[in-house]
Design a protein around this ligand. Structure first.
Ligand SMILES: C[S@@+](CC[C@H](N)C(=O)[O-])C[C@H]1O[C@@H](n2cnc3c(N)ncnc32)[C@H](O)[C@@H]1O
Length: 264
């Protein structure tokens, strides 16, 4: 299998899901620390296993989940021989996570929720809640509205304003996931973003077809406020929901970071 990398370290996915970031989620350290000593920690949407490897290197029992068999094969190869690696298994949010209820002490979902629509995000959070042991912790990072706009319209121009206003209007109308605006707006063309913006900058050395193959077909962007509300609807206790930068994005873009706990 060929893994194409940007010059800034991100690795293109095999299944039209953008890229594995250059560094693990800023929440990866806390995700590993949340191991309860009994139940494994789980990385959902592990791609090539960047965060899984960090956990296994610290001898924490870790299970890798992804919806792409090629990614899982790569993780098995990378983590073979690491004693606390508990395997790489197929699973797909929201309805096919294929993990027993109350089986994980800590779950990481990094840069995955933006491939789900609003109702799927609600079901995903409910499924993650059910998979955690009581008291277990969920760590989510996902692309934010402002982070997305910074990449797509770096000059903060009129199109960026239109997208921002579109999201704000949907939020004001009470939509649960107003970032779905991005997929329904004619102001955003994901193919153009990946094949244009990325190729001209950090992906200049890559064949255009590799970037095109990794281009997501769907991308919802999030706000801390709406991700917090989604987690609370799923019955989780939100520990924190903030927007900060992710150094592993090509431009260190802002992401929403959510930490939430399953009640005891
Ligand atoms: C953008 S990559 C992020 C990879 C990694 N978590 C990181 O932080 O760099 C998204 C990953 O999530 C996986 N994925 C996408 N949709 C998924 C779903 N519905 N359920 C499980 N995994 C999914 C993709 O196959 C891909 O490996």
């Amino acid at each position: 299998m060929r893994i194409d990398r940007l010059s800034t370290g991100q690795a293109l996915t095999q299944n039209g899901c953008g890229m594995q970031m250059a560094t693990a989620s800023p929440l990866a350290g806390a995700w590993i620390d949340a191991y309860d000593g009994h139940h494994p920690i789980v990385d959902v949407g592990c791609a090539y296993g960047l965060a899984v490897k960090e956990a296994a290197a610290r001898s924490v029992p870790v299970l890798a989940i992804d919806c792409c068999e090629e990614h899982l094969e790569a993780v098995r190869h990378t983590c073979a021989g690491l004693p606390s690696f508990e395997g790489a298994r197929f699973g797909r949010l929201p309805d096919d996570l294929s993990l027993p209820a109350a089986s994980a002490s800590s779950i990481l979902v990094a840069e995955v929720l933006h491939f789900l629509n609003g109702p799927q995000c609600d079901r995903a959070l409910a499924a993650l809640h059910a998979t955690l042991v009581p008291g277990g912790l969920l760590f989510v990072t996902a692309q934010s509205v402002e982070g997305f706009l910074k990449v797509v319209f770096p000059d903060g121009n009129a199109e960026a304003r239109r997208v921002r206003d579109g999201v704000a209007k949907r939020a004001a109308a009470g939509e649960r996931w107003p970032g779905t605006y991005v997929m329904e707006s004619e102001d955003v063309d994901l193919e153009q973003i990946y094949s244009g913006v990325l190729r001209e900058s950090v992906g200049a050395h890559l064949p255009p077809e590799a970037l095109r193959a990794a281009t997501p077909k769907y991308e919802v962007v999030h706000t801390a406020q709406h991700l917090r509300a989604g987690a609370e609807r799923a019955g989780l206790i939100v520990v924190s929901a903030v927007e900060t930068s992710h150094p592993g994005y090509p431009d260190g873009a802002d992401v929403v970071q959510l930490v939430a706990r399953r009640p005891l």
